[in-house]
Design a protein around this ligand. Sequence first.
Ligand SMILES: Cc1cc2nc3c(=O)[nH]c(=O)nc-3n(C[C@H](O)[C@H](O)[C@H](O)COP(=O)(O)O)c2cc1C
Length: 449
Amino acid sequence: MADLRAFLDRLEVDGDLVHIDGPLSPRFEIPAVLKRFDCGKALLFEKVEGYDTRIVGGVCGTRRRILKALGVETEALYGRILHAVRNPTPCEVGDGPVKDVVEGLSLSEIPVLTHFEGDPGPYITSGVLYARSPDGSVENVSFHRLLVLDGGRMAVRVVPRHLYRLMQLTREAGASSLDVSISIGLHPAVMVAASAPVPFGTCEFEVANALLGGGLRLTECEHVDALAPADAELVLEGRLRLDEEAAEGPFVDLSGTRDVERRQPIIEVVGAMHRKDYIFQALLPAGSEHRLLMGMPKEVRIWEYARNVVPTVRGVNLTPGGMGWLHCVVSFEKFREGDPKNVLMAIFAAHPSLKHAVVVDSDIDPFDLEQVEWAIATRFRGDEDLLVIPHVRVSSLDPASDQEHELGCKVGIDATKSLLKPEEGFRGAEIPLSERVRKLLDRYAAGVH
Ligand SMILES: Cc1cc2nc3c(=O)[nH]c(=O)nc-3n(C[C@H](O)[C@H](O)[C@H](O)COP(=O)(O)O)c2cc1C
């Protein structure tokens, strides 16, 4: 089944889920534990102070768990996501466990986390928002952080992309609000699809359904004109006001530093649907889950663009240290001396927020940053292999840039071997391995002495 619970059961069997007894408060205490175990196992908080609801966090916190959820190996991941984006599969619509309870829920009844000191309030960070155009022809699904303002209102951060466009279309149609559903507690495939950059008009639920081989069911909301996954844990039904804004932020974003405060639209909550014992899903801002979900779909696009320039791309890593967003390493097979700078330009075109990119030969594992540094140390020359692009659009999340105008500098590093020099000079020396040494090493590696 394509729901969060089935996936948690699987993590349980695999020993990849830790139960935390608590009791712990959603204000700072649970976020502190999530941060301590970031990049590790998923965490299920059994006792949440002041609430009967359990909280799960870090579900997509490792690359390995996301691969497990999609049932795919690293090498096949990008092809699989691209295939799903190009072949979205319509979902069946009917009832499901999310309709166990249909009610008018106050936001104060939900254990929304307050993550960092200085946060303006509790933030829902795992909410996946669905909306459709006034004529029903365009549907969109995307992540949006939600600042809880009171029991019935939230400020929603909307970067000008597809939801923003739907808001414009709704305004042009003469309406003052847009119906939305906000789904919380979802299978990782839905989370990956919601963060994938798909063309306007492609419904990300259908992309998730393709990723799941047809396993995603949707349901009609009870209080608003919107769809939501029938197997979600919790769905908030709301009206996104086109005529009302509130202060949103400062929010701790990907970089772990504070984003600026902005005026953003308000969502009025008009109802809710949830499982009887719903699990609230937490997602730590600037944690590994946030970075992986933001970065992984961009890796797909970088892979695709790089493959336009060179046929064999071994791997793409939007590195954790670069927040899964600003730094990228691409490993590929170099055939011509001029290839690397073209690959660098393709990478920057694929992901305009990127700040620094490193390209390496296919003998370097892009996920092993010590190998990458070795390649920079032994194959890169600052006078020939550096690409510097000043005064260019960069990420608003880069505190070193001109954040007001999103202007900064991009740097590309070609750490591939020069084809104009003998290859042996670049090769790492090896020690021959006899059969008995190999056996001895295997025994030691297995802990038998
Ligand atoms: C955890 C997470 C949080 C996000 N928060 C926001 C947000 O608050 N506002 C926003 O506009 N995009 C946010 N995004 C990015 C969008 O979900 C993502 O870029 C998506 O591709 C945009 O959808 P669209 O292409 O349909 O517009 C977030 C992504 C993730 C993974």
